[in-house]
Design a protein around this ligand. Structure first.
Ligand code: F6P
Length: 320
């Protein structure tokens, strides 16, 4: 394979730039050309692409966001959109494609592989960690660390005022950001889409913690359940402790990637290009049990995400 395309798609995630760098540098190492496609599948349809060189990716390993920019492209769900994308691929002599993105982006990659025979490799880039086939997605670690930084600060002021804070985190339908940031910040309660919650039980737990000498409480709520505002209102109507909501929002999507995300990016990007170089397409790269893996992209997108109940139970036992 002599020429490959590269795009980032869907919500951005810290580490995408580091992955772009790894793809470009690995491809150049193997004597391949890389065309960077701007604005994801949308840019593929409108021919917004350019040849990337060694220096095109200098000084980006530490940057959040994505140099190639990104978009959520509904047109990629239509036959016309897909045909336009394929036309550009053919016109520029692109023989294989690397797609960095989440669930939705992988579905586009699957169509290009399966229906149009374009060898495509998916790199999981999303803060949500909602892909079952990989233990971690690119950006998740940094996003959780950002949440931790904010929750630590909230804990200070909540303790001074003896309040309860309801913190809303992202994750779409997946509770992983809430689970990991809840455990790692010492939050007393997490509320996730995967587990039914009971407001009365939450109040009982808060009362118990206060009776044992605690001066504040943190409840991390995943956006897939409800908003911090709504949850705080409901809770305030059944407790005398003062409740305050905070929605972390898009702050958790930005920022310099953590060491863990930069390492994943380097390995995912490198692996993706090595697969294409060997003529292997239609794979999704990931990490499982600390090993970089690749699997059929169609299988990868069809796996249903499971929730880590053991971690959830751990939180119940150690956070009180
Ligand atoms: O998929 C990443 C994500 O940040 C989700 O956690 C969130 O629900 C969504 O994207 C927000 O999307 P947007 O930036 O388009 O509002």
């Amino acid at each position: 394979m002599k020429r490959i395309g590269l795009l980032t798609s869907g919500g951005d995630a810290p580490g995408m730039n580091a992955a772009i760098r790894a793809v470009v540098r690995t491809a150049i190492y193997y004597g391949m050309e890389v065309y960077g496609i701007e604005r994801g599948y949308a840019g593929l349809m409108t021919e917004e692409l350019y040849k990337m060189e060694m220096r095109s990716v200098s000084n980006i390993v530490q940057c959040g966001g994505t140099k190639l920019r990104t978009a959520r492209c509904m047109e990629m769900l239509t036959k016309e959109g897909q045909k336009k994308a394929v036309e550009t691929i053919k016109k520029y002599g692109i023989e294989g494609l690397v797609v960095i993105g989440g669930d939705g982006s992988f579905r586009g990659a699957r169509v290009l592989s399966e229906e149009y025979g374009i060898p495509t490799i998916g790199i999981p880039g999303t803060i949500d960690n909602d892909l079952e086939y990989t233990d971690y997605t690119l950006g998740f670690d940094t996003a959780v660390n950002t949440c931790l930084d904010i929750i630590n600060k909230l804990r200070d002021t909540m303790t001074s005022h003896e309040r309860i804070c309801v913190v809303e985190v992202m994750g779409r339908h997946c509770g992983d950001i809430a689970l990991y940031s809840g455990i790692a910040s010492g939050a007393e309660i997490i509320v996730v889409p995967e587990i039914r919650f009971d407001l009365e039980e939450i109040v009982t737990k808060i009362n118990r913690s206060r009776a044992s000498g605690k001066h504040s409480n943190i409840i991390v709520v995943a956006e897939g359940v409800t908003s911090a505002d709504q949850f705080a209102k409901n809770l305030q109507s059944v407790t005398t402790f003062s409740v305050r909501p905070t929605c972390i929002g898009h702050v958790q999507r930005g920022g310099s990637p953590s060491m863990a995300d930069r390492m994943l990016a380097a390995q995912f990007g490198n692996k993706a290009v090595r697969l294409l170089k060997d003529g292997i397409g239609n794979r999704a790269v990931g990490i499982r049990d600390n090993k970089i893996i690749d699997m059929d992209i169609i299988e990868a997108v069809s796996m249903k995400k499971t929730f880590n109940l053991e971690l959830y139970e751990t939180l119940q036992m150690i956070s009180m």
